[in-house]
Ligand binder design. Structure first.
Ligand code: GLY
Length: 561
């Protein structure tokens, strides 16, 4: 009981994020847990597991609920990746969006060959073919236990009967309205979210409720065909978008082999291409481990530690820009990029005392941003790590009229022109050029760490390219520095991605001393928060779960009866 009181006290203090134990969990062996971006998703996932559903059932129900209650990133108009550990087997589901058939390499270039500043980010032309509904259906077909309609119903209820708008959501809506006005890209976003989504109001979404009912009753046909498809295509045709009926009917989610690698005795299971995240995390963790084999591990969050991780990060992002793209279109040299001898060679290039000059860091083989994540563990020890996105907060800012949901602006994740950075400052070339039905490169990195065939850590975050840092640091925090789940998500983090040159982006909360020391080395410190980690950690057979206090997430551990 004591545990429960302490947990509740923490929840009051942080407003959202501490683990809650509802009984004397210390004696229980079968626990289940969620770490979710909002309280509605958390409750729906817990209810499903309480009713006997497994982690995949809980994930499907949460994904649809977040499409209603977390509209800046939860979605049916976007896509995502799901990493699974189920019946002691690993698996990976790619439900990333695809470019429409009418897309082409130069579609965002103007007459002078310059990249248009906003076309790939706002409005109907920014959207790829959504993958979420096909993805959730594929997950249910392979692993689901409870009926599909049971899993979609909570989302229908929240859309039809409404939910009370949290202040943090209302704040994001008003900031987004200001942003699109400033950029001269007003869409129909305000008609759906403007006055309706104010703090404390009951927010009802009747068009979205009707769409979700079609999905509930007809599965993917309720989205990719019939009335919903008609609404999407009519909106596209009236507003310069490219998605056609044929595109919708052709969309397929794909099962892929996850990336596996060994790191300090742990088996890490993570996202393969078209995510860049898994390869990046393997390289990043691998380089840090190589360096500390022959050098002292710098103190946690000291200047030498941030420098070491940034030096490795430079090399990770140089490779990302050159080699990574959709493996169905481009021959990604995955095995070579994560081979231990290659990682050792890259680690040997790390300069521990000075910044490696950015233009000299080349790919090595030759010689709001928003998204959201949730982590679930069920009482059988199965785990789901799911990251889902419509790209920036509220996607392209356009609602498919009649269907009531926001469409993604994922086309910006392609490289519109070689060497020109996208919204996240990521550059790319041939590997990630736009082509019909190609999937745009992602940084989403849903990850599961196994120890002795049992789940040790389930982790993931939103944040574009910063996802890779958040996931890498959550692994280093918990498994190298022994931080608790709470500490792992709330301690200040940092991010470096080669370009902009020698810039380390940091959370508030670092002491000034290491930051001043880094500035003296020549780094630019950019104080701009990123990410929203939701992780579940197993220590000595006990689960703890945490969601970042800065967001509106909720993490709960329960003991199975
Ligand atoms: N849209 C962000 C990502 O997939 O990396």
């Amino acid at each position: 009981m004591r545990l429960f009181l302490i947990s509740c006290f923490l929840i009051t203090l942080t407003g959202c994020s501490a683990s809650e134990s509802t009984s004397d969990a210390a004696v229980s062996t079968a626990e289940y847990a969620v770490a979710m971006p909002d309280e509605f998703g958390a409750q729906v996932a817990l209810d499903v597991m309480q009713e006997g559903g497994n982690a995949v059932d809980a994930a499907i129900a949460a994904q649809f609920t977040l499409a209603v209650t977390y509209p800046e990133a939860g979605n049916i108009g976007g896509g995502g990746f799901m990493t699974l550990y189920f019946d002691q087997q690993t698996d990976f589901l790619d439900y990333r969006e695809m470019a429409p058939a009418l897309a082409n390499r130069d579609m965002y270039l103007d007459d002078k060959g310059e990249v248009h500043p906003t076309e790939s980010l706002y409005g109907a032309k920014a959207s790829g073919i959504p993958g979420t509904v096909a993805g959730m259906w594929a997950a249910h077909q392979k692993y689901g236990k409870l009926p599909w309609s049971r899993l979609v119903q909570p989302a229908v209820t929240y859309a039809e009967q409404g939910f009370v708008v949290p202040a943090k959501l209302a704040d994001r809506v008003s900031r987004y309205l200001k942003r699109i006005k400033e950029r001269g890209r007003q869409t129909n976003f305000a008609n759906y979210f403007g006055p309706a989504a104010t703090a404390g109001a009951l927010f009802i979404q009747p068009e979205l409720a009707a769409t979700l009912k079609r999905i509930r009753d007809h599965g993917p046909q309720g989205f990719y065909a019939g009335e919903t498809a008609d609404f999407i295509v009519s909106y596209m045709q009236a507003n310069g978008g490219l998605i056609s009926h044929e595109d919708l009917s052709k969309y397929q989610a794909k099962w892929r082999d996850p990336i596996h690698f060994n790191w300090r005795g742990y088996e890490i299971v993570t996202a393969p291409p078209p995510s860049s995240g898994g390869i990046a995390v393997a390289q990043w963790l691998g380089m840090v481990d190589e360096v500390i084999k022959t050098n002292v591990l710098p103190a946690y969050n000291s200047a030498p530690y941030l420098h070491l991780v940034s030096e490795a990060g430079k090399r990770v992002f140089a490779d990302r820009a050159e080699y990574l793209g959709d493996p169905d279109f481009y021959n990604v040299p995955q095995a070579r990029l994560i081979a231990p001898d290659y990682i050792a060679r890259r680690a040997s290039e790390v300069n521990l005392t000075a910044i490696s000059p950015t233009p000299e860091v080349k790919p090595g083989l030759i010689e709001s941003e928003d998204t959201t994540h949730f982590s679930i563990v069920d009482k059988w020890g199965n785990a789901v790590s799911n990251t889902t996105t419509i790209n920036l907060s509220f996607g392209a800012g356009v609602v498919a009229e009649g269907a009531g949901f926001l469409l993604n602006d994922e086309m910006d994740d392609f490289s519109a022109k070689p060497g020109v950075p996208n919204f996240f400052g990521a550059i790319g070339g041939e590997a990630n050029a736009i082509a019909p039905y190609k999937r745009m490169l992602s940084s989403m990195t849903p990850t599961i760490v196994l120890e002795d065939d049992k789940v040790k850590l389930v982790t993931g975050s939103p944040g574009g390219t910063t996802i890779i840092s958040s996931v890498t640091l959550s692994i280093l925090n918990t498994l190298l520095f022994d931080k608790s789940a709470e500490e792992a998500v709330n301690n200040p983090r940092f991010h470096h991605q080669l370009w902009p040159k020698d810039t380390i982006r940091v959370h508030e909360g670092f002491s000034e001393q290491p930051l001043t020391a880094l500035e003296k080395m020549g780094y630019v410190i950019d104080r701009d928060r990123f990410g929203d980690l939701h992780l579940i950690l197993q220590q000595n057979g006990k689960l703890s779960a945490a969601s970042e206090a800065n967001g509106r997430g909720k993490a709960v551990v329960k003991s199975a009866p």
